[in-house]
Write a protein that binds this ligand. Sequence first.
Ligand code: MRU
Length: 352
Amino acid sequence: MKINGVHYRTVWMEKTVVKMINQAVLPHFFRIEEFKTHQETARAITDMIVRGAGAIGATAGYGMAQVVLEAPDTSAFLDAVAAGAQTLTRTRPTAQNLFYAIDRVSVAAKAARTVPEARASAVQAAEQIAEEDLSSCASIGCHGASLLKDGARVLTHCNAGWLAFVDWGSALAPVYTAVREGKRVFVYADETRPWNQGSRLTSFELGNEGVSHAIVTDNASGFLMQRGQVDIVIVGADRIAANGDVANKIGTYEKAVVAHELGIPFYVAAPTSTIDRNCPNGDAIPIEERAEDEVLYCRGLLDSGEFGRVRLAPPGARACNLAFDVTPARYITGIITQKGVFAPGEILQAVS
Ligand code: MRU
């Protein structure tokens, strides 16, 4: 990704410090934040400084490396590693990449014979997760670009671009690849209340990449599809169950139902690290419920030039803030992975 011509990754680690782009204040402020301990890194995940399944996974991998680096060189080492893993596990419940990364770094550390070896293995595993995230997303871009014809009009929901991963993204990688191949692509970006990942982050990315696009309200995309203004829908995934059901940002389900009703292809793009082979179907996916204030208020740039929030709802109003929903496999045309495009019911072939 390039922001104002400078190459960045969404998250990275320097020595023992995890660094990341602060996604909570984009696009109004561009800030790189530093997190010195695994507790601070865990807090960054919970507070949405970093968000998006792939980026959450890479961050959790680095956070787990911090856990291993911080653990005492005594008989308490393994207990400290387990406690740190618990802290990171409790941050966000839905994105499978979080659990994939915590587990992979923990396994690498525990397989080592000495504590210094465990520390080196943990850092190495975390770096590998980030590198694989990047290369998988680049491959998803190549596989997905072949689904986009010249002049394609794409609808996407939330942000599944470079900011949701280490780089490239999942749902937006096919768009970026197709545009680099010389195809004309137009993107409709759902604004995605309450965090507005679409109007803040997807629009920011598409603008930086020079991709023509329009932000639409979450309620508009069904009508756009009905009017024949959408050729294909591509979204990301936070967790894919063994039967091909997909958890993604709240609102994805209704886009899939409308696309199915109208015969518009509906694709999910995700690396295989998002597949949870132990989860039989969508009913078993834990769905995060976040704070009511995220719905009752809207956050953004105030006329004063400061970042702040304004209250939308009347005093005393309550809100229900489900962060994700589940799209049944029957509404999904195909799942684009780094290994190719799979029918949802055959998704386990991608991890066999
Ligand atoms: O709450 P968020 O912003 O972490 O949710 C992100 C999404 O739902 C994305 O669409 C999803 O992670 C797929 S892209 C990695």
